[in-house]
Design a protein around this ligand. Sequence first.
Ligand SMILES: C[S@@+](CC[C@H](N)C(=O)[O-])C[C@H]1O[C@@H](n2cnc3c(N)ncnc32)[C@H](O)[C@@H]1O
Length: 271
Amino acid sequence: MADSHFLASDEDGRDAARHNAAAWDRLAREAAPLARPATDAEFRDPLKQLDPLGWLGGDVRGQRILCLAAGGGRQSALYAAAGAQVTVVDVSGEMLALDRAVARERGLSVRAIQASMDALPMLAADEFDAVVHPVSTCYVPDVQRVFREVARVLRPGGVYVSQHKSPVSLQTTLAPGPHGYALVQPYYQRGPLPPVGPHGGRLREPGTREYLHRWEELIGGICRAGFIVEDFVEPVHAKQDAAVGSHGHRGQFVAPYVRIKARRRPRQAAP
Ligand SMILES: C[S@@+](CC[C@H](N)C(=O)[O-])C[C@H]1O[C@@H](n2cnc3c(N)ncnc32)[C@H](O)[C@@H]1O
């Protein structure tokens, strides 16, 4: 991918973007769980799949929606099927190829742009009515850059729905030891997390470079970028009676993800 795509990012950001583009290209070729297009069943009620809490108001027809770091042929296609004007941005060319293929097959219109989420100079100010952002801020070293870019491209009053890996989940072992799951990574983490190798699974995607962002960086960062946080949920991944060490078992101890609803504040008038 050309470096011109990373104009506003710093060297750490560019390096992480290059690394994660290659990792997600590979995951897309392997049809990994988060690199699979929407299914026929999901197209029956597309908005319900993506916005079960109704944070986008229950009807997105005609809305200009940015699906940020959301390649893979699922989110873009379902929002377009629900009637939105969709732009999907992703750093991985192979993930975007899935978006283009699904749009072609289903006769949907989707604009696909290869770029890193922390540098979006190709998008205009106030260009979108909503930004939806699946779990992916873990792939950038400086999350504040991302929130600043989202605030710039979202119109005042627009909704920003983002999902994130919870910091405590990134601190915690994936498998239990003799005393259960252990907190092994420092909260005040500098640089990327140790790689997980081929066994990361759905909580730590193998081959990617990930960063832990503290709550003050996530919630505080969204507020400081010019948003008001309106809601916050921790989707439940706990399963009673799940086998020890399974996803549902670990979910009894640690909520892996959070979902945040924020609204763009009106811009300050010049004094
Ligand atoms: C969890 S997947 C999200 C979409 C997923 N297909 C879904 O159905 O929800 C994370 C995405 O983030 C993308 N990504 C990683 N680093 C990125 C970056 N710096 N800028 C933009 N996208 C990035 C990956 O290529 C991947 O497509």
